[in-house]
Structure formats: structure tokens, C-alpha cells
Design a protein around this ligand. Structure first.
Ligand code: GRF
Length: 218
């Protein structure tokens, strides 16, 4: 399979984007970030893209609120099509995608969320986890469906919630895991190893290259 092309949507600092860029650069992910799109003109994510030589596009959201205007969302679709992306990675993209968008790229949109879904969907979830008093939280990479943080789960990582944790401390403990599992989920997608069956994502075994053989195998 040829290298997949990823389109990343981000609204903010873009540390997950950076983790993906670094994974590609360091050869841990056989993929190409083809374009980064943001609804925020001065998003640091766009600077990160430009510094890495990746096409960075700002699209005026044309409205406040949870969704882009219909026209703006159409423009995002057009950009992603123009760059022939195979996968869309939402990385701190603060807008909810409309059904048209989700259907257009069905099964090819991923999101990273800083809680163990289905607990704590939505916003400010590290704070919500602290307030609820859970002993473990974490992060989830999932496919995006037409709901908010409801799509089929690909990978999760748990972290402990410790006495005295602030929102900041817990967020950064979770963020380290986000950076790790997002790359991992994209790698599985790139290898064609994710199979969605209803709500469940099956991870297919690694394909062995029979021609080469594995010397270290006993
Ligand atoms: C992350 O916590 C991610 O899980 C959430 O938004 C945050 C984005 O952070 N969806 P960054 O912009 O990738 O640094």
C-alpha cells in the first residue's frame, strides 16, 4: 500500500499535530501530512505546519459557535479533496462536523479526546474527571460519526488521577499518552488493520511479509 495522505484539522496549539509530524519524520509512521487546516487564523498549529514545510490553510469559519458555516465547511471539504487525503485527523479541532462532512469522509475521520470515552464527552473534560473523583482517566482515539465523541473506539490509554492533581497536571499526564496513541492509531489505519463492525473496531493482526521471513522467530 502506498503512503497514506493525512489532512489534519486543528484549532489551537497543535501538540498532537506535532507528534504526528515527528512520527513521520522519525520513520515511526509511514504516512504524509498533506495539509493542515484551521478555523483559527493565528492557531499555532498552522505555524507548526509551515515550519515543517506542510501546506497550512486557514478557513474563515464565518460564524461563532459549535459548527462552521455550511459554506466554510464546504471549503474545508474542497481543500481536503484537493489534497487527496486518505485520512482526516482531528487534533484539537474545536468545531463539530456536520453530517455532510462525516458522510463525505465516512470511516476516514479520527479524533483524539482527553478522557476514557464514553465517560466525559465534550469540553473541559480533564476538569470534569477531577470534579467527579474518578481514579483513572486517559484518552481515546476514535472514528468520528455524526454524534459528539460517540464514534467507534480505536485505542485508549489510561492514566491514574492522583490526589492533589490540578487540571493542568492531569492534562499534561494525559497529553503524553495522546501523542503516543494517536500515532499508533494512524499507523494501524495506514497498515489497513482497522476494521469497523458496528460500534467495535477490530485490530487485524500484522501482515507478515512471507517473502522476507523473520530471522528472530523461533
Ligand atoms: C487535546 O487534549 C485533544 O485531546 C483535544 O484537544 C487538545 C488539543 O491539544 N481534542 P493540541 O492542540 O493537540 O496540543
Amino acid at each position: 500500500m502506498s503512503r497514506i495522505r493525512i489532512g489534519v484539522l486543528a484549532s489551537g496549539r497543535g501538540s498532537n499535530l506535532q507528534a504526528i509530524i515527528d512520527s513521520v519524520k522519525e520513520g515511526r509512521l509511514d504516512a504524509e501530512v498533506a495539509v493542515v487546516v484551521s478555523d483559527v487564523e493565528d492557531a499555532y498549529a498552522l505555524d507548526r505546519a509551515r515550519s515543517a514545510g506542510i501546506e497550512a490553510r486557514y478557513i474563515d469559519p464565518a460564524r461563532k459557535g459549535a459548527r462552521l458555516s455550511k459554506e466554510s465547511e464546504r471549503r474545508v471539504i474542497d481543500v481536503l479533496d484537493e489534497f487527496r487525503v486518505d485520512l482526516i485527523a482531528l487534533a484539537g479541532f474545536m468545531r463539530i462536523l456536520r453530517s455532510d462532512f462525516v458522510r463525505h469522509f465516512s470511516g476516514r475521520i479520527m479524533n483524539i479526546h482527553p478522557s476514557l470515552l464514553p465517560s466525559f464527552p465534550g469540553l473541559k473534560v480533564q476538569m470534569k474527571a477531577l470534579e467527579y473523583g474518578v481514579k483513572y482517566s486517559g484518552c481515546t482515539v476514535h472514528f468520528v460519526d455524526e454524534g459528539v465523541d460517540t464514534g467507534p473506539i480505536i485505542i485508549q490509554a489510561a492514566v491514574p488521577v492522583l490526589d492533589g492533581d490540578t487540571e493542568e497536571v492531569l492534562s499534561s499526564r494525559i497529553l503524553r499518552e495522546e501523542h503516543r496513541i494517536y500515532t499508533e492509531a494512524i499507523r494501524l489505519f495506514a497498515e489497513g488493520r482497522l476494521k469497523i463492525e458496528g460500534r467495535v473496531v477490530h485490530v487485524l493482526p500484522e501482515r507478515r511479509d512471507d517473502a522476507g521471513g523473520d530471522e528472530s522467530r523461533h
